[in-house]
Design a protein around this ligand. Sequence first.
Ligand code: F6R
Length: 600
Amino acid sequence: MCGVFGYIGEKNAVDVCLSGLEQLEYRGYDSTGIAGVHQGTISFCKKAGKLSELKKVIQMQPLSLAIAHTRWATHGKVSDQNAHPQFDEKGSVALIHNGIIENYNVLKEELRTQGVRFASETDSEVIAQLIAKYYQGDFLEAFHKTLSRLKGIFALLAIHKNHPDEIVASALHCPLAIAINEQGTETILSSDPCTLIGDNYNVIFLQSGESAKIQKGKVSLYGKSLEQIDKKSTRIEGSSQKPSKGSFEHFMIKEIFEQPLTIQKASLNIEHRMAPTFELFRDASRVLFLGCGTSAHAGQIGTLFLEDFVGIPAISEIASEARYRVSLMEPTTLCIAMSQSGETADTLSALRAVQSHGCKTIAICNSLNSTLAREADTMIFLQAGPEISVCSTKAFTSQIATLALLGIRLGKERKTLSLKEEEQLLQALERIPSEVQCVLDQASWIEKMAQKYADFNNFFFMGRRYMFPTALESALKLKEISYVNANGYPAGELKHGPLALLDAQFPVIAFCANLATEEKIVSNLMEVKARGAPILAIAPHHLTSVKEIADDVIWVPDTLDPLAPFASTVVGQLFAYFFAKTRGCAIDQPRNLAKSVTVE
Ligand code: F6R
């Protein structure tokens, strides 16, 4: 993970870097740091903890060039020493790194035997030390020699005290954008173009193995064999403002409340946006959904849509496991990669694996300029707007709205849905934003429920059919921001072992909004009740019998089974939010996590 950022231009680079780090903090918030060259020495400040900690202590003189980093720890604990920038032992080189150097141990040993002393536990420090070792007056040459020794994945920026006017950079399987403003007066290097604010920019995305030397108003690019290359730039409008919480206390609750709108936006102009995917479906014998976490849960719902509306065999696989399941990767397998960020390393690796077996790929993604969007054969853009809270909410409902529309459209084309079924589904889908609004209107009741259950430390979330991925997603929300043990289960599976855990201290949250399996979930509730576990049911209005069984009920609007995940998921999101708030957890930036997971 980690975010790298660099600036050369007319403004004070320290201020620009601090502002860039604010935008990149979603990529990790274990530590932050900034470095530049001042009067022939490296000037820097770095600090363990969130950016706010760095801001408390930073006292750097204004600079015209600087590099900056926000860390999600991989190698070495969270400490000032392990924060980036990392340096060579003489302090000539400052380096920031996103990624992992797999052969760092070998390189470290080699340097140690030559007498080099290391100051940190990071894998990244070897890169700075190697650059210094190879340096004989030509910084770029030393950098290139170093690159040839590295195994792993990286986006790197480095500066040298003898070269106060240049930043060298390289990327291997990690995103790195170089943006030059229209006047050519400022150059920004960043892990994510979301940091571009105000101006319009010409942006070059470094491809794997490429490197660059950046000087004021000048960018020199190099290919894999270090030959000088030209690359086309993409014009990107910098956003007019930084993301803000508005009147909300946290980004998570703001993003939950945006959903009536973002679900609508996911369907805007959808026929046109989906059109390039139809061709790919024509030759597909089956569909493989790839994703991680919340995006994998959206893929699970996608499999049900495709099977129910279109009759195409579909499976969903966790991206980090999919790449080993080579038998799934026939050229007629169509792969749909789900990702909010479009930068998740596991999803990208799985995508590349299926592509290497000749499969066509579709990305469903919330970032237009992401690596996934660029590497897939085609993409459907979610248009949900930036999702800042680490805990994903609105991206999920936009993903399933998109998948529902895709399924309905394909069902129409293949005549696997009758005209009546298609109309019923489309009408029900149109009602979803107002049904989600109904759930949001019950926020204070859901908050009461969350407060009532906030002392428990173990939960089962259960559901059947469409409510099973919904239960998985809601359990993930709770565990990730509250640090309690919450497991999603298919309701029918509880009796095959997990039921043994239940007692009065182990509540079950039951998702009941799947008409086709209603009687069965009611029986499962009875089984849970017989073991004395408290039950909180999330049930559709018509299922009044639940009142007699569950201790508490949160009601959701009646809808068709395939569309029930929307309202029920929003209940799960609000429950997790208020639960975490009651327990005083860091909601938008939960411990140990980062928004964009760029390492495998
Ligand atoms: C959970 C969450 C994560 C992400 C996962 C994939 O709330 O945010 O589980 O869903 O890391 O991220 P993307 O969708 O960006 O590929």
